[in-house]
Design a protein around this ligand. Structure first.
Ligand code: ADP
Ligand code: GLC
Length: 480
C-alpha cells in the first residue's frame, strides 16, 4: 500500500511540537508492516541540504505567486517529497510565525500551496510512484480533499488526522479566488466555517475517514468543551472517527543508549539514573541535598498546557521539599512568572526559557517525575518519554494523558499496576493535591521504585498504533 503523508513539520528536520515527532515516526512503523509512505513537506531552510541532494520529480509554473519544484529525497530513514517554493517557505525563524510572533501574513498561500501540490501528487503521482491513499495532518493539510474534490477524476481516499483541534486555519472568504477554490464549495457542509474559509473544517467535512491521536480525545471532541465549534460536524461523522494513540520512537528515546544523558541506565541499572539527576541539578542551579522528588516540565507555555496552574502551586511544591526544573517557551507572562520563581526559590526552582532538544533528554533522564497539568491534551508525548525513562508522569486526566498513565490509587497500588498519577479537573487546587500525593509516594521508596519499573515496561512504541492506522486505511481501499 502506498501512502502519501502531508504535513507541515517532521522530526528531526523541523519541529515545533509533537506533530513533528509523530510524522517522523509513523512512516517507519507503517513501513515495517508493509506500507510505503512518502512524507510531503514544505522545503523550509532547515531542509535545504536535502533539496540540494535530492532529485527533481515535478514542478509548478506558478504556485500562488511563484514557481515551485517538487524534490524527492531520502533522509533519516524517511522518503521525503519536498515542496521547494522559495516565495512561500524560504524564510528565517519560526515556520508559522513572523519576527513579531504573528502568523505569517500569507499562511493561507503557504499551506494552501502545500495542499494544492499534494492533491496533484495524489492524482498523478510523482516519478512513477502513486499513492493509494492520502493521510493529511492538521489544518495545514486540510485543503487536500477540497482540491481533490474539484478535479472531477476519481481521487484516492483521504484520511484527516486531528492532532490539535485548537488550530483550525481560519481565513476570510475573499482568499478563495487566489487559492483557486471553487466558490460552489463554500457551503456549511464543505469549506465554510461561520462565514470564513476553514482549512481543518473543510478537511473534516470532505475527507473519507478521520483519526485523532487518542481514544479519549476522540470522545472529548464530540463535546462543546473540547470540539471548539467542530463538535457538531464530528458528531455527524462519528462512525468515521477513530482515536489511535500516539507512540514514540523507542530508539531515539532509549535511556540505555541516549547520547544526551550523563550516564545511560535501564531496568537492570536503575541506580545510574542518579548521575543524571546530579547533572540536571547542576544545569539548572538546583541544590544537591534535597530529600523530595525533582519534578520537571518540558513544554510549550500556553493555556492548553495548564502551566499557569503550576505557578500557583510552587510555594507548596517547595514546602514539600521538592524541586522543579522547567524548560519551555511560549506566552510572555508565563515565561516571566517562571523566571521570577527561579529567583524567588533559589536552589529549588530552576527555569530555562527556550527550546533545547538535547536538554529535554537529560531532563527525562534526571528527573523523578514530569508534570503535565494540561487543560486538554490530544495525546501528549512527554508523558510517554517519562514512562520510558522511569520519570513518573503526574498528569491531568484528559485526552491521551488519561489513556497512557495508570493512576496510583489504592486499587492500582494493590494490583501493582500504577505508573504515575492523575488528577481532575485541571485546577490549581487539584494539581497541588497531586504534587503533595506524589511527594508522599516518593517518600515510600520501595513503592516508588516498583512504579518506575512498571512505567519503564509500559509499551510506548508504535507497533499497535501503526497496525491501527493500517486498519483504517484498509477499510477505505478496495480489497487487494
Ligand atoms: P505539543 O505538540 O502539544 O506541544 P506534545 O507533548 O505532543 O505536545 O509534544 C511536544 C514535543 O515537543 C515533545 O517532543 C517535547 O519533548 C518537545 N518540547 C516541548 N517544549 C520543548 C522545549 N522547550 N525544548 C525541547 N523540547 C520541547
Ligand atoms: C498536538 C497535541 C499533542 C499531540 C501532538 C502529536 O500538538 O497538542 O497532544 O501529542 O499533536 O499528535
Amino acid at each position: 500500500m502506498n501512502v502519501l503523508f502531508v504535513a507541515s513539520e517532521c522530526a528531526p528536520f523541523v519541529k515545533t511540537g509533537g506533530l513533528a515527532d509523530v510524522i517522523g515516526a509513523v512512516p517507519k512503523a507503517l513501513g515495517s508492516i508493509g506500507a510505503q509512505v512518502k512524507v510531503m513537506l514544505p522545503a523550509y531552510p532547515a531542509l535545504a541540504m536535502h533539496v540540494a541532494s535530492g532529485t527533481e520529480v515535478g514542478g509548478f509554473g506558478d504556485l500562488f505567486g511563484g514557481p515551485a519544484r517538487l524534490v524527492a529525497a531520502e533522509a533519516d530513514g524517511l522518503d521525503l517529497l519536498l515542496l521547494d517554493a522559495p516565495h512561500l517557505f524560504d524564510r528565517p525563524g519560526n515556520i508559522y510565525l513572523d519576527q513579531n510572533g504573528k502568523d505569517w501574513f500569507d499562511n493561507h498561500l503557504r499551506f494552501g500551496g502545500l495542499c494544492f501540490a499534494a492533491a496533484q501528487v495524489a492524482q498523478h503521482g510523482a516519478a512513477g510512484w502513486r499513492p493509494d491513499l492520502v493521510n493529511a495532518h492538521d489544518w495545514q493539510a486540510g485543503l487536500v480533499p477540497a482540491y481533490l474534490r474539484q478535479t472531477g477524476v476519481t481521487p484516492p481516499p483521504v484520511v484527516m488526522t486531528i492532532h490539535n483541534i485548537a488550530f483550525q486555519g481560519l481565513f476570510p472568504q475573499d482568499v478563495l479566488e487566489v487559492l483557486r477554490l471553487d466558490r460552489r464549495l463554500f457551503t456549511p457542509d464543505a469549506l465554510e466555517f461561520y462565514g470564513q474559509l476553514g482549512f481543518l473544517k473543510s478537511g473534516l467535512a470532505l475527507c473519507d475517514a478521520i483519526t485523532t491521536v487518542s481514544p479519549t480525545y476522540a470522545r472529548e471532541l464530540l463535546t462543546p468543551d473540547f470540539g471548539m465549534g467542530l463538535e457538531g460536524l464530528l458528531q455527524e461523522r462519528q462512525k468515521d472517527l477513530t482515536g489511535i494513540l500516539n507512540g514514540i520512537d523507542v530508539e531515539i528515546w532509549n535511556p540505555e543508549t541516549d547520547p544526551h544523558l550523563a550516564k545511560p541506565y535501564g531496568l537492570r541499572s536503575l541506580k545510574s539514573k542518579a548521575a543524571n539527576k546530579t547533572a540536571l541539578r547542576k544545569r539548572f542551579g538546583l541544590e544537591a541535598a534535597v530529600a523530595g522528588p525533582l519534578f520537571c516540565v518540558i513544554s510549550r507555555l500556553t493555556t492548553q498546557k495548564g502551566l499557569d496552574l503550576l505557578v500557583d502551586c510552587l510555594p507548596d511544591l517547595v514546602a514539600e521539599d521538592a524541586q522543579l526544573a522547567l524548560l519551555g517557551s511560549g506566552e510572555g507572562w508565563m515565561e516571566q512568572a517562571f523566571a521570577e520563581a527561579a529567583t524567588r526559590f533559589p536552589g529549588r526552582v530552576g527555569t530555562i526559557i527556550g527550546y533545547d532538544e538535547p536538554l529535554s533528554h537529560l531532563m527525562q533522564g534526571g528527573s523523578d517525575a514530569i508534570l503535565i497539568p494540561s487543560r486538554f491534551e490530544p495525546c501528549g508525548l512527554t508523558q510517554l518519554y517519562g514512562l520510558r525513562y522511569g520519570t513518573l508522569p503526574v498528569v491531568a486526566r484528559t485526552g491521551g494523558l488519561a489513556d497512557t498513565v495508570i493512576d496510583a490509587n489504592e486499587a492500582a497500588l494493590t494490583a501493582n499496576c500504577a505508573t504515575g498519577l492523575q488528577f481532575a479537573p485541571a485546577t490549581a487546587e487539584r494539581l497541588r493535591q497531586a504534587i503533595v500525593r506524589t511527594c508522599a509516594l516518593y517518600r515510600d521508596q520501595k513503592t516508588w521504585a516498583g512504579m518506575m519499573r512498571r512505567a519503564m515496561r509500559h509499551p510506548v512504541g508504535w507497533d499497535g498504533s501503526a497496525a491501527a492506522y493500517a486498519a483504517v486505511y484498509d477499510r477505505l481501499l478496495p480489497a487487494r
